[in-house]
Design a binder for this molecule. Structure first.
Ligand code: 2P0
Length: 330
């Protein structure tokens, strides 16, 4: 400003991680990070990212810190440019972000991270986007982030428009509508070797299974919508395991083949099935990493967490209820 005072504006947001029950993998052609398929997820109460964005006229470049360490801005500056363009500003930003769980290890840190960043950056820039607009913005940072704008159960729409204006998530159920629980069995805390964006790029050329994946996506989504509406846990669980295994089959079929599992991942999958055979309502799902997430019917999380903690190679378990929508916290 002319009087020499600094122009600084800041906001802090919290967004929760999510896991897909019907998985997103693959992109439509073109810019704006458009998904090839829709997805359905649950937001996780115990896993979240807190992100503070400060627009600061004294900065000559964006800078970022993640979990107390300097972070690369290569993926962040183009994203902040979307916010700046919308707000009509040119000011660079400082981002400080922290996850309360291991980053980049298949626990959807890009989902909670870009959802928190979308909300913090738009507020700091003086914008008040509604949830749908925030979901569209978040998607451009990371596809799964579009779902972390919402709590409970959410559905991400693939959309058909090239401008991405119909590729957003919507809420399906609030956490209290159906309080299922999730147990995360962490089997490795290292950052994964192949990030999702690269793993799912150009699949039409890289996997013979890809067209089948896309072709069956709408019927999987429709079946899951019906099962959730009916609170039919067995069907939701069966569809969840099916979508997970189909995703990993697709990943393994990709040239070069992606194997995200380690021996403890497989042991935890079998442990979930043994528990189920013994009468516990629990089903597994796994993202682009080695962690196993067990979807438990309401009231069964504690017993499942106890059993999974004893699986050889499981380092830690985290039990969580469904979480709320992304929100401004400061
Ligand atoms: C999902 N995953 O639906 C699927 C299942 C991982 C396995 O969305 O390229 O980090 O940033 O849009 O969102 C992870 O992919 O990918 C993911 P980009 P993202 O949760």
């Amino acid at each position: 400003k002319a009087d020499g005072t600094l122009i600084m504006s800041q906001a802090t947001a919290r967004a929760h991680s999510n896991i897909a029950l019907i998985k997103y993998w693959g992109k439509r052609a073109g810019p704006r990070n458009l998904p090839a398929v829709g997805s359905i997820s649950v937001t996780l109460g115990a896993l979240y990212t807190d992100t503070t964005v400060v627009f600061d006229d004294t900065l000559s470049a964006d800078c970022a810190q993640l979990d107390d360490k300097p972070a690369d801005t290569a993926r962040l500056t183009p994203f902040l440019d979307l916010v700046r363009a919308r707000a009509g500003i040119d000011t660079r930003a400082s981002i400080v972000s922290a996850n309360n769980f291991p980053t980049g290890a298949g626990l959807a840190s890009s989902a909670s991270g870009f959802a928190a960043l979308s909300l913090a950056a738009t507020r700091a820039a003086g914008l008040e986007l509604d949830a749908r607009e925030l979901s569209i913005l978040s998607r451009q940072g990371s596809g799964s982030a579009a779902r972390s704008i919402f709590g409970g159960f959410a559905e991400m729409h693939r959309g058909t428009r090239d401008d991405g204006s119909d590729a957003f998530a919507e809420p399906m159920l609030e956490p209290e509508d159906w309080p299922v629980e999730i147990v995360v069995a962490i089997t490795d805390t290292a950052t994964k070797s192949v990030n999702s964006s690269i793993g799912m790029s150009h699949l039409d050329e890289r996997s013979d299974y890809y067209q089948a994946w896309v072709d069956h996506s709408e019927s999987d989504l429709a079946a899951m919508r019906d099962a959730i509406a009916a609170r039919d846990f067995e069907t939701v669980g069966a569809l969840t395991e099916m979508s997970c295994l189909k995703l990993h089959g697709l990943m393994m079929s990709t040239r070069p083949g992606l194997i995200y599992w380690n021996p403890a991942t497989v042991a935890a999958m079998h442990a979930v099935r043994s528990l189920r055979e013994a009468g516990t309502p629990v089903y597994f799902t796994i993202d682009a990493g080695p962690q196993v997430k067990a979807l438990c019917a309401p009231g069964h999380g504690e017993a499942v967490a106890r059993e999974l903690a004893d699986v050889p190679g499981v380092l830690e378990t985290r039990r969580t209820a469904l979480g709320p929508a992304a929100r401004v916290i400061a």
